[in-house]
Design a protein around this ligand. Structure first.
Ligand code: CFM
Length: 475
């Protein structure tokens, strides 16, 4: 049912349609908040732009590549050393960031030459790297710079290098989700099929929609290897540019984040007949079922079963220890896209917490539908594309014990005494895999039970914590 709570909706009435309360006996589809529409001007959305989705979510986790942003330096600068998609290539892709640093005069006279000079300079500075990606930004898209022709010129002059062009300027859609789509299609269109991988197993997969956040990919890769499966490529965490050009040779696409990467799976199915299998590396039950499914596909179920048995025996007792202590704790589950439905049910089931609110920054309506259906708590608040005021008001009303969200909402949650877990880049991840799931439970436990939160919302130089001024003790 629609939920009229937010102060914001008094001045921006359209926002009201973006918030609902999970009702009793209600058809989920009748009760969805509006989702994945253009951001309403003036609401101060927390979404990322299309360029961000293309480059900073999907492009740059590729590990053996110079990733060049063609635009003003600010578009890429704040990712320098801040992203957490690590790699086994000495983290080259997060250690360095490259931009053409477009200035006013370039906007007037064009920046094609500037781009070419920068590409050549970057290859000279890192002679061991032979692959490069270029990302269009708003500014250079508006002045009409021709990235493809520059890439071609350089490749003609330097035959040992390969360049990928991504035309996904910030304004080209409602959020980062538009950029996911654009880079998926551009990669399959321009690069898949241009490199032949070496096949070493009968069981070959592409591991798709996995970004190696704090090592997720490496944890999952270990299970696949133990099953005798060859990973032709990972799209794109810890992934290699040339491996990703060979995606057409895999027998199965194993898809983790459908929100960001279902497009390339669907294209690979159409163009090369490779089936798509959706899996889930979060949580004991979803992960066990996923490994079994892959096992069944290749006729090697017993190998999956052996891993499930071994890992469950090793990690389940620890998970249960945390579950005992997290039972009934109230959680606001506020991620970006697909973690909403990957987590909504399983954190309740396996960690005992109650999800009192779900939100998504840029998820499509289907993501919200799955999120609400899997959320077990009657009356949970579902919010699409929230802003700071709405989030604050929701927290004041719901009084969660912890929120799972990003750095920006996380920081203001802390100010009102609500502990936060970084749902995007994690605290002490990886969170995927059996071992990762226990790490997640441990981080939640540490967040909730840390005494520091009792000090974070009062002026400790003046005030003493009392029943009245303590948000924590008030609960
Ligand atoms: Fe997929 Fe992601 Fe997510 Fe996403 Fe993201 Fe992310 Fe996310 Mo941050 S690809 S939709 S655009 S699972 S960066 S690794 S954590 S918002 S919920």
């Amino acid at each position: 049912m629609p939920y009229h709570l937010f102060k914001v909706s008094e001045c921006i009435p359209e926002r009201e349609k973006h918030v609902v309360e999970k009702g009793k006996d209600e058809e989920i589809t009748d009760a969805l908040p509006l989702g994945y529409l253009n951001t309403i001007p003036g609401t101060l959305s927390e979404r990322g732009c299309v360029y961000c989705g293309a480059k900073h979510v999907i492009g740059t986790p590729m590990k053996d590549v110079i990733h060049m942003s063609h635009g003003p330096i600010g578009c890429t600068y704040d990712t320098w050393q801040t992203k957490r998609y690590i790699s086994d290539n000495d983290n080259f892709q997060i250690k360095y960031t490259f931009a053409t640093d477009v200035k006013e005069s370039n906007v007037i006279f064009g920046a094609n030459e500037l781009l070419k000079d920068n590409i050549i300079a970057a290859f000279k500075a890192f002679p061991e790297i032979k692959r490069l990606t270029i990302y269009q930004t708003c500014g250079t898209a508006l002045i009409g710079d021709d990235l493809e022709s520059i890439a071609k010129e350089v490749m003609d002059e330097m035959p040992e290098v390969d360049i990928f062009v991504c035309n996904a300027p910030g304004f080209a859609g409602p959020s980062q989700s538009g950029g996911h789509h654009k880079i998926n299609i551009a990669w399959v269109e321009n690069k898949v099929g241009t490199h032949e991988p070496k096949i070493t197993s009968d069981y070959t997969i592409n591991y798709v929609g996995e970004y190696n956040i704090q090592g997720d990919q490496e944890v999952m890769q270990d299970y696949f290897k133990r099953m005798g499966i060859q990973i032709i490529s990972t799209f794109t965490g810890n992934g290699s540019y040339d491996d990703l050009r060979g995606m057409h040779r895999a027998k199965l696409n194993v898809l983790e984040c459908a929100r960001s990467a279902e497009y390339i799976c669907n294209e690979l199915r159409k163009r090369y007949g490779i089936p798509r299998m959706d899996i889930d590396g979060f949580g004991f039950k979803p992960l066990s079922d996923s490994l079994r499914k892959i096992g069944i596909f290749f006729g090697i179920e017993e190998r999956a079963e052996a891993i499930v048995k071994e890992e469950t025996a090793r990690w389940k007792p620890e998970l249960d220890w945390y579950k005992e202590r997290l039972k009934g704790k109230r959680v606001c589950l506020w991620p970006g896209g697909s973690k909403l439905w990957h987590w909504a049910h399983v954190i309740h089931e396996e960690m005992g917490v109650e999800v009192v609110s779900v939100y998504t920054k840029f998820g499509h309506q289907g993501d919200m539908e799955k999120g609400i259906s899997r959320c077990d708590c009657e009356g949970a608040l579902a919010i699409d594309d929230p802003n700071e005021l709405e989030s604050l008001e929701a927290m004041e009303t719901l009084k969660p014990d912890v929120i799972f969200t990003g750095k920006r909402p996380g920081e203001y949650a802390k100010k009102i005494g609500v502990p936060y877990i970084n749902a995007h880049a994690y605290h002490n991840g990886p969170y995927k895999g059996f071992e990762g799931w226990v790490r997640f439970a441990r981080d939640i436990y540490n967040a909730i039970y840390s005494p520091v939160h009792e000090l974070s919302f009062v002026d400790i130089t003046k005030d003493e914590i009392t029943e009245e001024n303590s948000f924590v003790t008030r609960r």
